[in-house]
Write a protein that binds this ligand. Structure first.
Ligand code: BGC
Length: 741
């Protein structure tokens, strides 16, 4: 038993200990006080150490002070399997398989911010359970060319759609105490020459097209970190680009988080020190002993950085600024005592992946063959490699080790009865490898094609499930596609199948647009993203009509590659050119974004080049009609707003969801403006016969363009048109108003 004196002494010492507890460890102290306190206790060596990697996917904490390391993981469609400490091999852990969520183009195709929130929450819980502090994603580079190998990781061609969709993902992810790392900032819009290409783009295109989703991620999403891109802008690498990071990201947008390099994206100590970068990643060592030839300290933000500070060539403030940002991130993530516990591949996560996948499927064409009634007992032939391929494999850094994966073939067999479903491979695609591909002999492809076509003659219905995959030169990091056609001679295969059996449904899986020369000869086409763990079930349910497709294209599908704005010009526009004769191929190619602001549907509309399937297009098993829009006023004051309301009716026979899209166009402008630009959308579900009034508030901000010379947004008084409908090329509800002087 304690005597009163001992109790008093104990209480006093506890109070003393509390009074002495450093502010940085006081979870209730303001975060900036904790940052300053921790910073004041650190040596220069400790500060510099925090600014670079200590392994492939972690950066050091301050062991002496108990400040933990930061653990990072790819991203963005699930939490990547554990990578070795010091090389790119997988570590063969047995507890790191996860849920593969749909790729971000598929998320964007839902046009439903609630799906983004569900996605961020679910992937965040998995990242938290796997004890990650930073998830390397989401990616919001704008879809400029269908050849970009990484389009599937991003949210499509429109800055407004990407902005609206990225915000809830980040907010919900970060509630888990896991930082989003929004990537790749900026203009990493192709993989070819990504490490060095100098992208030349006007300020107007930058501010109107390429930056808004990053800005929304930072200002509305509150992203805690951002990843610099590999490429250059204004002749300076993006990972330490003064204008991009100091002036725009931190200056104009007020970003207080951490800038992380893309892996190996730093190239210069002085620039890295002064131009807004915080952590250099992507380095390695050959030993980590005192005999090592080089260590993690031997890169741009290591020893060189420290010595330049010691010699007075760089100010102390250069390292302090970085460490402040990094400590802030530590307090938000690894040293956050309020974060939840997380969870891994739960039923709830599978349900989330399925719900997102369901809503993302885009029905491009249907002359009535879909949905297929499972009760009809038809003999079905499934053809195509993607019916059986695990598409979570390959693709580069977004590759995932999945615990479960439902293939489309399996799900179709489950839905229609195994006895009714036969399978023909149709073509071989080889293994998903990085930077190289298997060469498949033409004779092999020929015989597989002949076999599939023969089998098609005897089927009632053919379901073709091909498209792109995650192999190099397909939808894959580090390489761009070699052309716009589907690989493995799929065009010949599809055309021959359609001749052999006109009851053919094309259900292609892809993260990109591709040529469809056979589009007029097939009765139905579905455009399906990489849907992950539950993808096969979504595909089967859409075909069987258990769900009603409601996805809309987040990018245009041009008829020909040269119908895309980036490809309407010479090689200067894509892929860029080597300007200095004698330079090595990847020494520093130059590229001009010649289509400027006319990206995607902005190009198709303005140049009057119809897409095969336009941005925003997507059919349903029911029909929607748009009534006459009503404006709250015919004139808008320069600082005012108005409302437009349009009735939308489900005129078909089953319940369905429609994405009501609002585009705005300036009828007469002093500068080139796109015919129309997306400024609002709402996804609504209607029962047969039901009508809903959908309203949008229109503000002067929606009417503005970016004036390069004045460096400001500007709306010109005069007449504007509102275009409302279910696709960028189908806006039956139009209304006009005037913006007053
Ligand atoms: C990719 C990043 C990725 C990083 C780490 C880079 O090559 O561009 O997106 O997060 O590797 O895997």
């Amino acid at each position: 038993m304690k005597t009163p004196i001992i109790s008093l002494l104990l209480a006093a010492s506890a109070q003393f200990a509390m009074a002495q507890a450093p502010v940085y460890l006081d979870h209730n102290a303001p975060i900036e006080d904790r940052v300053e306190d921790a910073l004041s206790r650190m040596t220069l060596d400790e500060k510099v150490a925090m600014c670079h990697a200590q392994s492939k996917f972690s950066s050091p904490g301050v062991p002496r002070l108990g400040i933990p390391e930061l653990w990072m993981s790819d991203g963005p469609h699930g939490v990547r399997a554990e990578i070795n400490w010091n090389d790119w091999g997988y570590s063969d852990w047995t507890n790191d398989s996860v849920t593969a969520f749909p790729a971000l183009t598929a998320l964007a195709a839902t046009w439903n911010p609630e799906m983004s929130a569900l996605y961020g929450k679910s992937v965040g819980e998995e990242a938290r359970y796997r004890e990650k502090d930073v998830l390397l994603g989401p990616g919001v580079n704008i879809y400029r060319t269908p050849l970009n190998g990484r389009n599937f990781e991003y949210m499509g061609e429109d800055p407004y759609l990407a902005s609206v969709m990225v915000v809830p993902y980040i907010q919900e992810l970060q509630k888990n105490g896991v930082a989003a790392c929004v990537k790749h900032f900026a203009l990493n819009n192709q993989e070819q020459w990504r490490g060095n290409i100098n992208a030349n783009v006007s300020d107007r295109a930058l501010y109107e097209i390429y930056l808004p989703a990053f800005k929304a991620a930072v200002q509305e999403g509150g992203a805690w970190s951002i990843m610099g891109a590999y490429n250059k802008i204004w002749n300076q690498h993006c990972c330490h680009n003064k204008r991009l990071l100091n002036d725009i990201l931190r200056g104009e947008w007020g970003f207080d988080g951490v800038v992380i390099t893309d892996w190996g994206g730093a190239h210069d100590t002085k620039e890295a020190a002064l131009n807004g970068l915080d952590i250099e990643m992507g380095s390695y060592t050959n030993g980590l002993t005192s005999e090592s030839e080089f260590t993690y300290d031997d890169y741009y933000l290591g020893k060189n950085f420290r010595e330049m500070i010691q010699r007075g060539e760089l100010p102390d403030s250069a390292v302090d600024a970085k460490v402040r940002n990094i400590l802030r991130l530590v307090f938000r993530t690894s040293l956050n005592d309020k974060k939840p516990l997380g969870s891994l591949h739960t039923q709830a996560h599978y349900d989330a992946a399925k719900a997102i996948g369901d809503e993302s499927i885009v029905l491009l064409k249907n002359s009535g063959i879909l949905p297929l009634d499972p009760a009809a007992g038809k003999k079905i032939l499934v053809v195509g490699d993607n019916a059986v391929r695990r598409l979570s494999d390959g693709g580069g850094s977004s590759e995932l080790k999945v615990k479960d994966y439902v293939s489309p073939l399996q799900a179709i067999r489950d839905a229609f009865g195994a006895d009714n479903v036969e399978f023909a491979q149709g073509y071989l695609a080889g293994r998903p490898m990085y930077g190289r591909i298997d060469e498949i002999p033409a004779s092999v492809q020929d015989s597989l094609r002949r076999q599939a076509v023969d089998m098609a003659r005897n089927a009632d219905v053919v379901i073709y499930i091909g498209g792109l995959n995650k192999n190099a030169y397909e939808d894959c990091e580090s390489t761009d596609r070699k052309g716009y056609d589907l690989s493995y001679d799929q065009n010949t295969l599809i055309s021959e199948l359609a001749k052999a059996n006109p009851n053919i449904i094309i259900a292609n899986i892809t993260g990109n647009a591709y040529a469809m020369p056979w589009a007029d000869n097939v009765p139905a086409i579905m455009h399906i993203g990489y849907l992950g763990t539950m993808g096969g079930a979504s595909v089967a349910d859409a075909i069987a009509g258990r769900i009603n497709p409601s996805g809309k294209l987040p990018y245009s599908i041009p008829v020909r590659l040269q119908d895309n704005g980036a490809h309407a010009f010479d090689v200067n526009s894509y892929p860029g050119v080597i300007t200095k004769p004698g330079d090595k191929v990847d020494n520093c190619p130059e590229q001009q974004y010649k289509e400027d602001i006319l990206v995607g549907y902005r190009w198709h509309d303005t140049k009057k080049i119809p897409a095969r399937y336009a941005f925003g297009h997507g059919l349903s098993y029911t029909d929607f009609t748009y009534g006459k829009p009503v404006l709250s006023a015919k004139e808008m004051a320069a600082d005012g707003s108005l409302t437009v309301t349009v009735p939308v009716t489900n005129t078909g026979k089953r319940e369905g969801a429609e994405v009501v899209q609002l585009y705005v166009g300036d009828d007469k402008a002093s500068v080139l403006r796109p015919v129309k630009e997306l400024k609002g959308f709402e996804k609504i579900t209607l029962k047969p016969g039901e009508t809903r009034e959908v309203s949008f508030t229109v503000t002067p901000d929606m009417l503005k363009y970016f004036d390069d010379a004045a460096h400001e947004w500007r709306a010109e008084p005069g007449s504007f048109t509102l275009y409302i409908g279910g696709a960028s090329d189908n806006t039956p509800a139009k209304a006009r108003f005037t913006l007053a002087k």
